[in-house]
Design a protein around this ligand. Structure first.
Ligand code: ADP
Ligand code: MG
Ligand code: ZN
Length: 485
């Protein structure tokens, strides 16, 4: 029997607010803060304190909900989700349960078989938990509690089970991250834990419309882990069913090194959490005018920009896709394209997705940190397009621009890198190269045409890469032809 995977995603995104969800503590960067430096009586769960809803968090959540085409509930409710764990000092998490902020949206994703709309079930607000570090030292075992993250606003976005392969799951997650970034709701930085993904996977006989038993994979924090973990579960469940065994409903973790999922617990049910309305918070009321103004201020969304970039700059879809994923990248590209004088925009796309991406990967810098402005890159691209420097020299110049922050023209002038098209100079170089390699000339004359390529390399080397390649090719062909006569 053939089986079809059915997958729905729960995604948690930390909202990019200045302060926490229910208190005035600042939201701090986990990679450069001391433990418990941003903690107060509210987020550490002391008795007698009252939470206050962060308006900026609601606004960011609204942006996401509206970008996803959701229906916003004018009145939504906060609820207590009760469970005990040391990273949750109150003993419960404030979340939304029965009346979430928004419902019934959709996210367009591009799959190998075309565009599809994945239905969004709900979007709701909640708070993050603290972080535990488990230590084993000098024969002792203990856990350290850091509450900096406790109370950071979280947005949970739950899809309908509309996805049917690991590749689609990845496309959905990437598309959702792009939306979060476009509307400025979240950094989406998975390596910092700002975006965590939990796929629910089941398998059913192809053609069936009922659902199989699902397995939930907890807290995946890279697209690669997501895709691998989903593929693993699909394979495993398919084998289980083919062997005539039932799939157990459970919650599993992903072991990245071993490439397997492992059982964490049997699946909890909603009633295990004893949800009840949060008595310390009034219902959240979102006025129509607020919804309208957030809606009116939404930026161009990723799928629209993808289409526009292809059309406006005549870009191949693969390039446009690489550019739109991160709005900062798309902005950088468009600013570069706008500053170009003679080079085509397509060239800017190639250099941003090629050389610049390579530099970002290797240096760990973000686009905001690099020392080359869009205008600076455009100037270099124009110099290459005009033939002042070769493409190869241009790469070296860009590398130096990124290191030192100097202008392209400055570097080219001070290091004498201009490409030389002087025909007499190039003719001399070619003549000299042929004269000092008589054996190779013999080979060429006896019919080994490929020696011409070797000569070309020799001439370019003698010119230290500065000779205009086209002039060299023409001159070389001319002199070789002359030898044949
Ligand atoms: P819970 O909050 O208990 O995990 P929900 O019913 O809200 O459960 O579903 C969470 C996610 O699991 C949703 O994205 C939903 O689409 C998905 N889902 C529910 N049932 C299945 C199923 N049988 N197979 C795959 N995904 C499922
Ligand atoms: Mg769940
Ligand atoms: Zn606090």
């Amino acid at each position: 029997m053939r089986y079809e995977p059915v997958i729905g995603l729960e995604v948690h995104a930390e909202l990019a607010t200045r302060t926490k969800m229910f208190c005035a503590c600042p939201v701090v960067d986990p990679t450069c803060s001391r433990p418990n430096e941003a903690v107060c009586p509210v987020c550490s769960g002391l008795p007698g304190v009252l939470p206050v809803v962060n308006r900026q968090a609601v606004e960011l959540a609204l942006r996401v909900a509206l970008a996803l085409g959701c229906r916003v509930n004018r009145v939504s409710l906060f609820a207590r989700k009760n469970y005990f764990y040391p990273d949750l000092p109150k003993g419960y998490q404030i979340s939304q349960y029965e009346e979430p902020l928004a419902v019934e949206g959709r996210l367009p994703i591009e799959t190998p078989t075309g565009w599809r709309e994945i239905r969004i079930r709900r979007v709701h607000l909640e708070e993050d938990t603290g972080k535990l570090t488990h230590v084993r030292k000098d024969g002792e075992e203990y856990s350290l509690v850091d509450l900096n993250r406790a109370g950071v606003p979280l947005l949970e976005i739950v899809s309908e089970p509309d996805l049917h392969s690991a590749a689609e799951v990845r496309a959905y997650a990437q598309a959702l991250r792009a939306v979060l970034r476009y509307v400025g709701a979240s950094s989406g930085d998975m390596e910092k834990g700002a975006l965590r993904i939990e796929p629910n996977i089941s398998i059913r006989p192809e053609g069936s419309s009922s659902f199989g038993t699902r397995v939930e994979i907890k807290n995946l924090n890279s697209f690669r882990a997501l895709e691998r973990a989903v593929a693993y579960q699909i394979e495993r469940q398919t084998q289980t069913l083919q062997a005539g065994l039932p799939v157990a409903q459970e919650t599993v973790g992903w072991d990245e090194a071993a490439g397997v999922t492992f059982s964490q617990r049997s699946k909890e049910e909603a009633h295990d959490y004893r949800y009840f309305p949060e008595p310390d918070l009034p219902p959240l009321v979102v006025e129509e005018e607020w919804i309208a103004s957030v809606h009116a201020a939404l930026p161009e969304l990723p799928w629209a920009r993808l289409e526009r970039l292809q059309r406006q700059y005549d870009l191949p879809v693969v390039d446009a896709r690489l550019l739109v994923d991160d709005p900062a990248v798309a902005d950088y590209f468009e600013a570069t394209a706008a500053a170009l004088r003679s080079a085509p925009a397509r060239m800017a796309a190639n250099w941003v997705t090629g050389e610049l991406f390579a530099w970002l990967n290797q240096s760990g810098q973000s686009l905001g940190q690099i020392r080359v402005s869009p205008r600076g890159l455009a100037a270099l691209l124009d110099l290459m397009a005009q033939g002042t420097v070769t493409l190869n020299t241009g790469k070296a110049v860009l590398a130096e621009m990124l290191q030192s922050g100097a202008d392209a023209s400055e570097i080219i002038r001070s290091r004498g890198l201009e490409q030389v098209s002087d025909a007499a100079w190039i003719a001399d170089l070619v003549r000299e190269t042929l004269r000092s390699n008589p054996a190779e000339v013999e080979k060429y004359l006896s019919g080994k045409e490929t020696v011409a390529n070797w000569f070309y390399g020799q001439v370019m080397r003698a010119a230290r890469g500065r000779a205009n390649p086209q002039v060299v090719q023409e001159e070389l062909q001319r002199q070789l032809k002359a030898l044949k006569r």
